[in-house]
Write a protein that binds this ligand. Structure first.
Ligand code: 5RP
Length: 214
């Protein structure tokens, strides 16, 4: 296992240890979450899980974790997910895997949103690209409104949205998030504000750094 993978595994296992019997759990998407799922399954807790992608749902179910559609729960106790970039004040860029819209819905529904990552993910400041999910209707007009942006060569999201990337300078992430939120054809974007994040667990070398943002 590479050093980066080992850090992902350590962070994921530390997050799995936070989950308690009876909890409703949001499962993120990506290679770090791929280490979370077996660690969580091994604990053999009674859980209700929702998944942020088909890939996560399939892997979780193969491991024996019960996954249900996110239409029968109105809140989650905890959600655990990876990130592409993490700033010291808790801003994230997510969506490397194109799952950022569902990931944000799940994070926002959770009492506790735990970000897990290897030590190459913390950054001094966010840099482009910022992943987008765009409505197919009016696509070219929306791309023009969020320029500079390119469509990603990726399948649509499970909700039919097209995945793109905003390539412009980020500046103040709160300003850019507000600009993107104001474009009607933007279904979602990968800027996650610190208010969503309660914990950041970074695998570093042979250990983990656990920071609470509450
Ligand atoms: C998927 C995501 C992932 O959480 C993010 O890209 C980090 O992935 P990885 O754990 O593979 O580095 O936001 O949409």
């Amino acid at each position: 296992m590479s050093a980066v993978d080992e850090e992902k595994r350590l962070a994921a296992e530390a997050a799995a240890a936070l989950v308690q019997d009876g909890m409703c759990v949001g499962l993120g998407t990506g290679t770090t979450v791929a280490y979370l799922l077996p660690a969580l399954a091994a604990r053999r807790l009674r859980l209700r899980c929702v998944a942020t992608s088909v890939a996560t749902a399939e892997m979780a179910q193969r491991l024996g974790l019960p996954v249900e559609p996110f239409d029968s729960l109105d809140r989650l106790d905890i959600a655990i997910d990876g990130a592409d970039q993490i700033t010291p004040d808790g801003w994230l860029i997510k969506g490397g895997g194109g799952a950022h819209t569902r990931e944000k819905v799940v994070a926002a529904a959770a009492e506790r949103f735990v970000v897990i990552a290897s030590s190459n993910k913390p950054v001094a400041r966010l840099t482009p690209p910022v992943p987008l999910e765009l409505l197919a209707f009016g696509l070219l007009a929306t791309l023009r409104a969020v320029a500079p942006a390119t469509l990603r060569d990726a399948p649509p999201s499970p909700d039919g949205g097209l995945i793109a990337d905003h390539l412009g300078e980020i500046g103040d992430p709160a300003d850019l998030a507000a600009q993107l939120d104001a474009v009607p054809g933007v279904v979602g974007h990968g800027l996650f504000p610190p208010a969503l994040v309660t914990d950041v667990i970074i695998g570093r070398g042979a250990g983990v750094e656990h920071r609470s943002l509450d």
